[in-house]
Every structure is written in structure tokens, then in C-alpha cells.
Design a protein around this ligand. Structure first.
Ligand code: PFF
Length: 449
């Protein structure tokens, strides 16, 4: 069955594509929201610890599983652990990526609306309540559906082209662009009056704010942000060249993702403080606060426009990876043609996604308890499926695949020297599962939503 399978063409291509998956709305929109709601600096410290001790090992584990098996998420477990129940983990991962694509495309669609509004200079001269009202009106209209559909079509178009000519080619251009734009915005934001207040909020930890709730939010955010715990990185790992150093690749991806999240915080918090807007403004931070700030500065029109283009690019490289995870599964496990698989997965995600979008409208009755369908999908994937998936992936490496196979793959069959290989394996086998279990149990004990 090992037909000619596509690979990434270069190491930079791998890093750009995997970092493209990781860097997304999660960094620029969700991270500042979560940090703002969970104590700023305190959240940041927990987040960074999780990134180093769980994020890197998990990213590496997924790359190892993917490259060793040369298969999609389900096929990978089938190949490495035949006749076991492990493929279920892969299957749940594919479902998670599909569900994330559904609700993620809602917000991705918002970025297109904001690009449009920036282009027509909608924000000019508006105050915060007018901007907020504009967003509410938009949400309650049919326009979110149009943008969401367009976004999914764009994603499908790139996935259709395959790995090297589609995903890699676009990621290699889009990712560096994103960095340049973000740095320009960051510098701009830091020069605003009162910027230091925002920096203090973001960087000064108040340890009394570190609660189990903050820990689970940080864990969920870290996994969501890195796109780990559900097999997207297994799928990308399967396209990595046999000679690449997986440790340096995974570390580069994690560092890039974290850097972008921190740069987003450095852009958004000083801006919010300088305008007297609460850092807990949630979704409004990126979508309402920033246009207001751009409004009041020289060159604001163009900065606003590039900010939303940046958000759209970040979202696009993530939706590509989400769709690819499902497509690779259907192509390889059910022998469906790439074109057909892409179109049907995209249509499926769009249908579920439309309900997610609808659930955010005022007076929507697509709610369970007091949570919208959108929030249910978000919580289910980020706070449950991804942490549990991550846990099972580390257990798989530590206890099923075992050390010899792990080290063999990590060192490229003994040809690449990896100094910390034993420590890394120890972390994956013992520390990571224990830490994830502690956080999940802590959350249940403290009964956090
Ligand atoms: N990591 C992406 C972000 O931070 O926006 C979201 C995401 C993409 C999550 C792909 C999961 C995934 F598989």
C-alpha cells in the first residue's frame, strides 16, 4: 500500500508548514483572551512551563509517530501497533481536527469581514461602542456564513494541490510575511501612551492567581496553540524527510509559535491599556480594540488592514492543516481520491461550522445549558479531547512504541547525535503523562467548566 507518498521538499518547508498550523487565531486572538481572563503574567508563566515540558515533547512525539509510520493519524497507529485499540486515538484525533475546523472557520471568516471593513474605511472616526455595534450587526446577519464559506473554499483549494505544491509552497511565503507584519505592529503598539501598563499586566506575575483553573486553561491553550494532541502534527510528521533532525524541527516550531503568541500579547495589551479597555475584553480585544487604536494613529488605515490580513493568513495556514488531517485519513485509509476527499471534508466541516456560526447570533437557541454550540466545540476540543489525546500519545511513545524504536527514529537510525535523548524519553514516558493527568484531575476535582 506504500504508494508514492508526497513529502515536504525542504526542512524550512516542514517548519513553515507545521509552524503555520500552530500559529493561528489561537496565538493572536485566543492567547491574549485567555491570558487576559486568567491573570496576565501568572498565566504566561504556567503557559511557558507547559510549553517547555509538555509542548516540545508532545510535538516531537507526534513527529516521531508520523515519520516512523509514514501514514495519516489513524494509519500511523495501525502501522506501529497493529491489532490493538490504539488506532482509536488516531480516529478521535481526526474527529477533533474536523470539529476544530468547523468552529475555527467561523472566526476565520470574521477576519475576512474585518479586511473588508478596513478596506472601505469603516472604522474611521468610530468609537468603541460603534465598532462593537458593527460587529454585533455583522454577527446577526447572513454575512458570517458567506465569509466562512469563502474561507473554507480557499482552504480546500490549497489542500487540493497537495503537500509540496500546495501546503508547503504557500506556508513558505505566508509565514515570513506574518512575522514581518506582527513585528511592525508590535513596535507601533509599544510607542503608544501608557504602553508600559499593558506590559506590566502581561509580564508581571501575581502568583496568587495561579489556580487549577488557570492551569487547565493554560494547558488547553498550549495544546490548541501548538496544534498537538489530535494528530495534525502526526500527519505533517509523516511528510518529513527521513534525514531531518526531528528534535530541532519540533523545537523550532514550538519556539516560533510561542514567540508569535508573546508578540501578539505585546501588541494587544499595551494597545488595550492605552485606550482604557479592559484586558478581559475577550474576543473584542483583537476584533474591536485594535481597529480603534489604529484609528487614532498615523497610518492607521494601512496598519488596520495589514493586521487583519495577518490574522487571515495565520488562520489560513491553520485551517489547511486541519483539513489535511481528515483528507489524508480518507485518502489513505479508504482509498478515496484526494480531490473527492477534500471536497467532501470541506462540505462536512462547513455544515457543522454553519451551526457554530449560527449559535453565536443573538437569541440563538443552538445552546446546551448556557453554552453556545460554538463554545461547546471549543471547550470540548481544547479542554478535553486535546489534553486526553496528548496524554495517550505520550503513553503510546513511552509504553507501547518503547525506547529503542523512539531513539532509532529520533537519531535517524543512529546517524544523528542527540545529546538529551534519554532525558527526553524519560520526560515523555513519565513526566508528561503525570503532569497532564494531574492537570486534568485537578480540573475535575475543582469542578471547572
Ligand atoms: N494552532 C492553531 C491556532 O493556534 O490557531 C489552531 C489549531 C490548528 C488547532 C490545527 C489544532 C490544529 F490541529
Amino acid at each position: 500500500m506504500e504508494k508514492q507518498r508526497e513529502n515536504f521538499g525542504s526542512k524550512f518547508g516542514v517548519i513553515a508548514a507545521a509552524a503555520g498550523s500552530a500559529v493561528g487565531l489561537g496565538n493572536i486572538y485566543r492567547f491574549p483572551c485567555e491570558a487576559g481572563e486568567n491573570g496576565g503574567g501568572a498565566f504566561l508563566i504556567v503557559y511557558l512551563l507547559i510549553i517547555v515540558f509538555l509542548g516540545i515533547p508532545l510535538m516531537l512525539s507526534e513527529f516521531i509517530i508520523g515519520r516512523r509510520s509514514h501514514r495519516n493519524t489513524v494509519g500511523a497507529f495501525k502501522t506501529l501497533a497493529p491489532k490493538t485499540a490504539w488506532p482509536i486515538v488516531g480516529f478521535v484525533g481526526v474527529i477533533s481536527s474536523f470539529l476544530i475546523l468547523a468552529f475555527y472557520s467561523t472566526i476565520a471568516g470574521w477576519t475576512l469581514e474585518c479586511i473588508y471593513k478596513s478596506l472601505i474605511n469603516f472604522y474611521h472616526g468610530k468609537n468603541i461602542s460603534e465598532i462593537e455595534q458593527g460587529m454585533t450587526n455583522f454577527n446577526n446577519s447572513f454575512r458570517p456564513f458567506i465569509w466562512q464559506t469563502l474561507f473554507i473554499i480557499l482552504t480546500a483549494f490549497i489542500v487540493l494541490k497537495g503537500i509540496e505544491k500546495g501546503i508547503e509552497k504557500y506556508a513558505k511565503v505566508l509565514m515570513p510575511m506574518l512575522f514581518v507584519i506582527l513585528i511592525i505592529l508590535c513596535v507601533k503598539s509599544l510607542t503608544l501612551p501608557n504602553a508600559t501598563e499593558g506590559l506590566k499586566f502581561f509580564f508581571k506575575p501575581d502568583f496568587s492567581k495561579i489556580t487549577p483553573e488557570v492551569c487547565i486553561s493554560a494547558l488547553g491553550q498550549a495544546f490548541f496553540s501548538l496544534s498537538v494532541g489530535m494528530g495534525v502534527q502526526i500527519t505533517y510528521g509523516s511528510y518529513i524527510n527521513k534525514k531531518d533532525n526531528l528534535l530541532t524541527s519540533s523545537t523550532s516550531v514550538v519556539m516560533t509559535d510561542t514567540l508569535v503568541a508573546i508578540l501578539a500579547g505585546i501588541t494587544i495589551f499595551p494597545a488595550a491599556f492605552s485606550m482604557g479597555i479592559s484586558p478581559k475584553a475577550g474576543a473584542g480585544l483583537a476584533f474591536n480594540t485594535l481597529p480603534l487604536i489604529f484609528n487614532q494613529m498615523a497610518g492607521g488605515y494601512i496598519f488596520c488592514l495589514i493586521f487583519f490580513i495577518l490574522l487571515a493568513i495565520a488562520a489560513l495556514t491553520s485551517t489547511i492543516s486541519l483539513l489535511e488531517a481528515s483528507v489524508a485519513y480518507f485518502v489513505e485509509e479508504h482509498s478515496i481520491k484526494r480531490k473527492k476527499a477534500t471536497i467532501w471534508c470541506a462540505i462536512g466541516a462547513l455544515i457543522v461550522g454553519l451551526f457554530a456560526t449560527l449559535s453565536l447570533q443573538d437569541n440563538s437557541n443552538i445552546v446546551i445549558g448556557n453554552m453556545s454550540f460554538f463554545n461547546i466545540l471549543d471547550n470540548l476540543t481544547a479542554n478535553i479531547l486535546m489534553p486526553v489525546g496528548g496524554l495517550l500519545i505520550t503513553i503510546f511513545i513511552g509504553w507501547q512504541l518503547k525506547k529503542t524504536a523512539f531513539i532509532d527514529e529520533l537519531t535517524n537510525q543512529g546517524t544523528t547525535k542527540i545529546a538529551l535523548k534519554n532525558i527526553i524519553f524519560f520526560i515523555i514516558k513519565y513526566i508528561a503523562p503525570l503532569a497532564i493527568v494531574t492537570i486534568i484531575v485537578g480540573r475535575l476535582v475543582f469542578n471547572i467548566k
